[in-house]
Design a protein around this ligand. Structure first.
Ligand code: SDX
Length: 436
């Protein structure tokens, strides 16, 4: 970051001495006012619940221009990556800062492929869950459990250990998600197949059975790979910030990623794809497109507590570029599967059209986000709704790891420890029970 010519001056109307605060530029996007010395200089904290105006770190990984609806991974627009690269090339880019050349891609793919199996003991963790356990409950447990197999071989201050942990997590997440799925449907786990692509291997572990040969459909394989790329990273979102804060204590990467999985589960975040599909199915049951107007009235009524899931975003105040790409992928998959007239896809497009013309949404700059179409394409592929967020976690693991390693690799990083504005009881004495 580069010190700006101008500075910020904080002055107080009560005559307290004003304070000059340095301003820094990044390479693109808003400047920052450096308040690291504010408490020492003024005895005051800043106050920003939800971090709407707070940069918690500097990062070189992902940049979002919310007004333009632009998303860049290491400077490359998501549209170009989703069209010209595959997910493992994108993983290499996020982790190391550059797209791989042919040899680097071959080496990276081979390293990931050779870590896709999990320890045979992992299957016994699953047996403790009910068969109807939510896949995200299972994934939070399984990812945390990976710590039990590697915590003594992960010195996060050692860059090589961080590297192998990254490869292990990227490689094993598809295996764990597929195991979580197979467990809930009572089918045997399918082992990874090293001759398949990353996305092809995932589809095989999900849908193959020991009873017959499973042939990966290349259109579905490409769509799955693109879904992974679209979800790979997204600046300092809630789950990434969770991973950074958790990792800042020096815990092992598997435990930090497990914290990210737990945070992503929430319906305001990664759980929105599941909530969005359920919302579409509810409207369909009510009567479909003819009931959209009635539903929208509920959404606009603050007291209803109803939100248009898959719409709105803290950063995007324009169309989420991932939603556009996801809609395209939806069309490709539905056409390939002969589901062009999928009622939910038609309903989603009708909802989008109405929302984008309705002042409630226009005035609040609410647009479809990545979760609006992702559920429809995953459901068409045969992925059960409760597994959508687990697939989001699978894809986001590379982003979480890249962000965690960026933080740990910065010699200046400290354990995160936010302060507060205290509004509780001031000091008082305990009264004996008899007189309370
Ligand atoms: C993801 O951060 C990331 O980058 C996340 C993510 C990633 O890749 O990591 O992009 C993934 O989490 C995408 C978002 C998925 N969530 C949803 O689709 C759930 C529905 N959307 C929201 O709940 C909401 O839009 C958020 C949580 C996404 C953003 O919330 P903000 O920025 O805190 O905005 P807000 O709740 O303050 O809303 C501003 C206004 C409010 O109205 P007013 O009080 O101003 O009158 O917009 C309204 C809200 O009521 N609003 C919505 C709405 N989202 C916001 N009204 C109806 N439906 C919605 N979906």
């Amino acid at each position: 970051m580069k010190l700006a010519d101008n500075k910020a001056t904080l002055s107080f109307s009560n005559g307290s001495p004003s304070v000059d605060l340095p301003v820094y530029h990044g390479s693109v996007g808003p400047d920052v006012v450096d308040i690291r010395k504010l408490y020492a200089q003024t005895g005051m904290f800043t106050y920003d619940p939800g971090f709407l105006s707070t940069a918690a770190t500097q990062s070189a990984i992902t940049y979002i221009d919310g007004d333009k609806g632009e998303l860049l991974y290491r400077g490359y627009p998501i549209e170009q990556l989703a069209t010209n690269c595959d997910f493992l090339e994108t993983c290499h880019l996020l982790l190391y800062g550059e797209l791989p050349n042919t040899d680097q891609k071959k080496d990276f793919t081979s390293r990931v492929t050779n870590h896709t199996m999990v320890n045979e003991q992992m299957q016994f963790f699953l047996r403790g869950f009910r068969r109807d356990a939510h896949p995200m409950a299972i994934m939070t447990g399984l990812v945390g459990a990976l710590s039990a197999f590697y915590h003594d071989s992960t010195d996060i201050t050692n860059p090589e250990h961080r590297e192998i942990a990254a490869i292990r997590l990227i490689a094993k997440m598809p295996t764990l998600v597929a195991m979580a799925y197979k467990y809930t449907v009572g089918q045997p786990y399918m082992y990874p197949q090293n001759n398949l692509s990353y996305a092809g291997n995932f589809l095989h572990m999900m849908f193959a059975t020991p009873c017959e040969k499973y042939v990966v459909n290349p259109v579905i394989e490409r769509a799955m790979d693109r879904i992974f790329t679209l979800h790979a990273d997204h600046e300092q979102n809630a789950s990434t910030s969770t991973v950074r804060l958790c990792g800042s204590s020096g815990t092992n990467p598997f435990a930090a990623i497990a914290a990210g999985v737990a945070c992503l589960w929430g319906p305001a975040h990664g759980g929105a794809n599941e909530a969005c599909l359920n919302m579409l199915e509810d409207i369909q049951k009510m009567g479909g497109v003819s009931k959209v107007g009635e539903f929208m009235e509920k959404v606009k009524d603050k007291n209803s507590g109803v939100r248009l899931m898959g719409f709105g975003h803290r950063v995007y105040k324009n169309y989420d570029p991932r939603a556009k790409l996801m809609q395209e992928t939806c069309r490709e998959v539905l056409t390939e599967l002969g589901l062009q007239n999928d009622p939910l896809f038609k309903l989603a497009m009708a909802l989008e059209k109405i929302a984008l013309e309705d002042d409630y949404f226009v005035s609040r700059k609410l647009y479809p986000n990545v979760d609006f179409y992702s559920g429809i394409v995953q459901r068409a592929i045969g992925i059960p709704v409760p597994l959508f967020t687990a697939i989001f976690a699978l894809a986001r693991t590379v982003g979480w790891i890249a962000q965690l390693n960026e933080m740990i690799g910065d010699p200046e990083y400290k354990i995160g420890r936010p302060r507060q504005l205290f509004s509780g009881s001031v000091k008082r004495d305990v009264k004996p029970l008899a007189v309370r």
